[in-house]
Design a protein. Structure first.
Length: 239
């Protein structure tokens, strides 16, 4: 064992780096060759802030990866198989297509990305296998990233920190309606579990909420929450 340790210490740093496993995101950015004008500007270092990119058409996910560090989470869209419709919710929603050769399954999932500082993105992906579906959803969520405004709009709180929504906002998708209400510090996120994931990644710590319509539809509920967060931006409200 001692001889092996001595040999490892004598190994040059360049050879050690060959055996180390790189982060997939870092490796993808190292090999990235931009194809769009915006991507070339970001690669050259002319654009250094994600806020300068939001509002433009983003076609390469490496643009977002270069400008901001994002956390991600999966939405629980599907339901596990079992008696009486299954039990626990799961991230993969499975559907089947009837063909002459038999049943052809497909999987879909939803991914959230955010920097916990006012930027949030939601994307969905569908493929014949689970991992390609997640990769598609991850890419779409980064391309759909938006900026939201935070503040302290509760009359019970006199602080000036950005911990909740600045005013009452409401979003709608299908029959699902989500209303976000400012809350004082220490309240927490008084909302459903899937919407909690969205608000946490967006950087909101306290909020009251009301939901209307078919709230068991996770996809519509998540989209309604995103639409409500979009309205926190004053530039959107003035249009």
């Amino acid at each position: 064992m001692e001889e092996i340790k001595v040999q490892e210490n004598m190994m040059p740093a360049e050879e050690k780096n060959k055996f180390e496993r790189k982060d997939p995101t870092v490796e993808r950015l190292d090999n990235w060759i931009p194809r769009t004008f915006l991507g070339k500007r970001v690669k050259a270092g002319k654009v250094k802030n994600i806020d300068e990119v939001i509002g433009q058409t983003i076609l390469e996910q490496e643009i977002v990866d270069t400008l901001v560090k994002l956390d991600n989470d999966l939405l629980l869209l599907g339901q596990s198989k079992g008696k009486f419709g299954g039990g626990k919710r799961r991230a993969w929603k499975q559907t089947q297509k009837k063909t002459m050769e038999g049943n052809v399954p497909s999987f879909s999932c939803g991914v959230l990305v955010g920097d916990r500082n006012g930027h949030i993105g939601l994307g969905f992906g569908k493929a014949k296998e689970t991992l390609p579906a997640r990769e598609k959803a991850m890419r779409n969520s980064k391309l759909n990233i938006i900026k939201i405004e935070r503040g302290c709009g509760s009359f019970d709180c006199l602080c000036e920190e950005k911990h909740t929504v600045p005013f009452i906002v409401e979003g709608k998708c299908g029959s699902s309606v989500v209303r976000l209400i400012p809350a004082p510090q220490g309240t927490g996120l008084v909302i459903g579990d899937e919407c909690k994931k969205i608000l946490r990644l967006a950087g909101i710590k306290d909020v009251y909420s009301k939901t209307f319509g078919q709230t068991r539809s996770t996809i519509n509920l998540a989209k309604a929450c995103i639409e409500a967060l979009k309205k926190t931006n004053l530039n959107i409200n003035l249009k």
